[in-house]
Design a binder for this molecule. Structure first.
Ligand code: ZN
Length: 317
């Protein structure tokens, strides 16, 4: 059966599309429309493609009007569908961080790396084989670049911390930052307590806590009215989220530093999960531990792997 797309229109020509990775409400991407031009910021996976095309057509935009495809970084929940999407958009150019460009043109290494992180079964179900993007359709972007879409200007910000191939898009019109993973993960369904719940996706293999703290500070200098998170949706309590994200990055670092059984990422994943359960309890979330474990198990597995990779790299250096 054909799945129908779920999306939210936020105004200013910005729509958040659920890319339906693993479950609803986990990953999104954004469609931005200005005048007679459109852009996708992040792309979801190859399986998300029909959903993106549905939302485009629901807004009366033809594939030929899409000018930019902008994966914030080359992790597959953000860029896995980029190649297949580009094939549907005859006039689009892919805008990508200089450290990510080669992986979009020749995705073999990216595919192998992601297979190692997700495991074969989960990888195949979610991502499948990646479609390369022809080099002639790829444009590298740098910190400070301005991109035109219709009448608006989008600024590119280099944002290491989650990954070194990550950029964020500043949209003056909505005073919003399209953050990919650089402003953490905050699922609306877990924000039912007295404070929102946010955590850093410390995914392998380029987690860098000190760079990440600087990135958050730099993003806050734009004085954003909102952040558009890939995981998940638009959030307006930006200062509160920034403060909590700083705190959580430090908590993660302390946990992996104190973690002695460094051979087993499953042990660390359960430690991180317990931390999340406690944090949500302190916020008086209505979700019970079983619910939280179900919603966050994939995230905590990746976070444990990334933290262990980071601390071992530090020790080896
Ligand atoms: Zn992500």
């Amino acid at each position: 059966m054909k799945k129908s797309a779920r999306w939210i229109d936020y105004g200013h020509g910005v729509s958040c599309i659920d890319t339906e990775l693993f479950r609803s409400g986990l990953a999104s991407c954004y469609l931005m429309i200005d005048g007679d031009e459109a852009a996708f910021i992040d792309t979801g996976t190859r399986n998300s493609l029909p959903l993106l095309m549905q939302v485009l057509s629901a807004h009366g935009v033809s594939p030929g009007q899409v000018r930019w495809v902008m994966p914030t970084h080359v992790h597959l929940d953000h860029a896995g569908g980029a190649g297949a999407l580009m094939q549907q958009l005859p006039n689009a150019t892919l805008l990508i961080h200089e450290r990510g460009a080669a992986h979009m043109i020749n995705p073999e290494k990216l595919q192998a790396g992601s297979l190692a992180v997700y495991g074969e079964a989960r990888y195949e179900a979610a991502f499948g084989s990646l479609v390369p993007v022809p080099a002639s359709r790829v444009q590298v972007v740098h910190d400070g670049d301005n991109i035109r879409l219709g009448l608006r200007e989008l600024a590119i910000i280099d944002t290491p911390g989650h990954a070194r191939h990550h950029y964020v898009v500043w949209d003056r019109k909505s005073r919003g930052l399209f953050c990919g993973d650089s402003f953490g993960v905050s699922y609306p369904e877990l924000n039912d307590g007295i404070r929102p719940f946010i955590f850093p996706p410390s995914t392998p293999v380029q987690f860098d806590p000190s760079a990440w703290h600087s990135t958050i500070n730099r993003l806050m200098e734009f004085n954003p009215a909102c952040v558009y998170l890939t995981h998940f949706g638009k959030h307006e309590n930006v200062a509160e989220l920034a403060a909590d994200l700083h705190t959580q990055i430090d908590a993660y670092v302390r946990m992996v530093q104190a973690f002695d059984g460094v051979s087993d990422s499953e042990d660390l994943a359960s430690l991180l999960m317990q931390h999340s359960v406690d944090e949500l309890a302190s916020r008086r979330s209505r979700h019970d531990a079983g619910d939280i474990r179900r919603l966050l198990s994939g995230d905590m597995d990746l976070n444990a792997q990334g933290l262990l990779h980071w601390i071992r790299r530090g020790r080896a250096a």
